[in-house]
Design a binder for this molecule. Structure first.
Ligand code: SF4
Length: 388
């Protein structure tokens, strides 16, 4: 349990919070975006937010791979699943995400479609080997962390000569999303979303390294601290950001030294470059079309591209007007701003992706804040009692 219990120690957290309280400048505010939904959940699960001074505000970012998938692209996954000759292999989180016209993968499965939950791309390759008479499509989603395993699966399918395996590729890139947020009118001109600095995702950064964030520090003067996911990691990263902002610095710092380097995992980067290339643009839920923000399968591996094999073309669909997911993904609103949060929309009846995903902001608010008893629990106890 080394590296887990130590980073959940309640006394250490209280001491760190005490130092932070002394270091913040009472004449200003600090708006820090945690890019990743994993951080959002860690912050609420361990009560980190309750330890922060009042003038430190955390802004939830778009780093939830399930939440940012545009509905037209989810519709295509449902349509693939509804084909008689297709087995759709998907990560479990995607099954209950509402597509348009009240459809979802789980509803398609209940009507007889063959939708299988997998925990890895390799599992989808195995299903293809075991079902040579069916087309097996792996529904690939996620940021840079999950891209190398998808590349490996395509290379493995190529080595095996599998003709019935394809990938429906929806992999997206973290730096492009950060840039889109910084360039959005809400941040740039309207000022309705304030972002002074970023808590950067450590798992993504183990692959891409800390170097890609240097652009944002240099060109936008926004400090970035790459942070681990335990409560003390997050608290320490916030303190590092406050220190940079107090001293007028904007650099990239790496709190997660135990896993992230400046260059990242070069072997994983080579794998991705072998199989994938940039799309000119890609539609994100909440962010719209973002240039060079998604990956597609290279021509050399076109035989494994489900979009080409099945001629998939996304069709625009209107968003559900009641659901505030797009604004929440941009950091412009919080889950409590949604009128149907916790009433019509709950984890057992999700109306939007942010309530379904294990990294969604609405799911985090519902799970850790919706019930008064937990909200009133002393923070240090929350951290100490967290299972290791
Ligand atoms: S509470 Fe539900 S409907 Fe409202 S924004 Fe969140 S996911 Fe969408």
């Amino acid at each position: 349990m080394r590296y887990i219990r130590e980073f959940r120690n309640g006394q250490a957290a209280a001491a760190l919070a005490g130092k932070l309280a002394q270091e913040v400048d009472p004449r200003r505010s600090y708006h820090l975006m945690e890019f990743c939904g994993g951080h959002t959940h860690a912050i609420f699960r361990h009560g980190v937010q309750d330890l922060l001074p009042e003038n430190v505000e955390l802004v939830h970012g778009p780093g939830c791979p399930v939440c940012v998938l545009a509905i037209p692209r989810l519709d295509l996954a449902v349509e693939l699943a509804e084909r008689d000759d297709v087995i759709l292999a998907s990560y479990g989180d995607m099954l209950r995400v509402p597509a348009s016209r009240k459809r979802s993968l789980v509803k398609a499965r209940s009507r007889g479609s063959d939708v299988r939950v997998v925990t890895s791309a390799t599992e989808a390759v195995r299903i293809a080997q075991e079902n040579p008479e069916n087309n097996v499509v792996f529904f690939a989603i996620g940021f840079e962390t999950t891209t190398p395993p998808t590349a490996l699966a395509i290379l493995e399918a190529s080595r095996l000569g599998l003709r019935n395996f394809t990938v429906y590729c929806n992999h997206v890139l973290t730096p492009s999303a950060i840039q889109s947020i910084l360039d959005s009118p809400e941040v740039r001109s309207l000022g309705s979303v304030k972002v002074d600095g970023f808590i950067g995702p450590s798992h993504v950064s183990t692959v891409i390294g800390s170097r890609p964030y240097e652009y944002f520090a240099r060109e936008y003067q926004k400090p970035v601290v790459i942070s681990g996911f335990e409560p003390l990691d997050v608290l320490l990263s916030i303190r590092m950001l406050v220190d940079q902002l107090n001293s007028g610095r904007a650099t990239v710092e790496n709190q997660f030294l135990r896993g992230v380097t400046r260059e990242g995992n070069l072997k994983a980067q080579r794998l991705v470059a072998e199989v994938f290339e940039l799309r000119a643009e890609f539609e994100w839920r909440g962010l719209g079309n973002v240039p060079y923000s998604g990956l597609k399968i290279k021509d050399a591996y076109a035989a494994f591209d489900a979009e080409r094999r099945f001629g998939l073309v996304a069709r625009p669909v209107p968003e559900n007007k009641a659901c505030q997911c797009p604004a929440i993904i941009r950091g412009a609103k919080k889950p409590m701003d949604c009128k149907i949060f916790g009433t019509v929309c709950t984890p057992s009846n999700p109306i939007g992706s942010c309530m379904v995903s294990s990294e969604g902001a609405c799911a985090a608010y519902y799970k850790y804040r919706h019930h008064r008893g937990l909200a009133e629990q002393p923070v240090s106890e929350k951290i100490c009692r967290s299972p290791a």
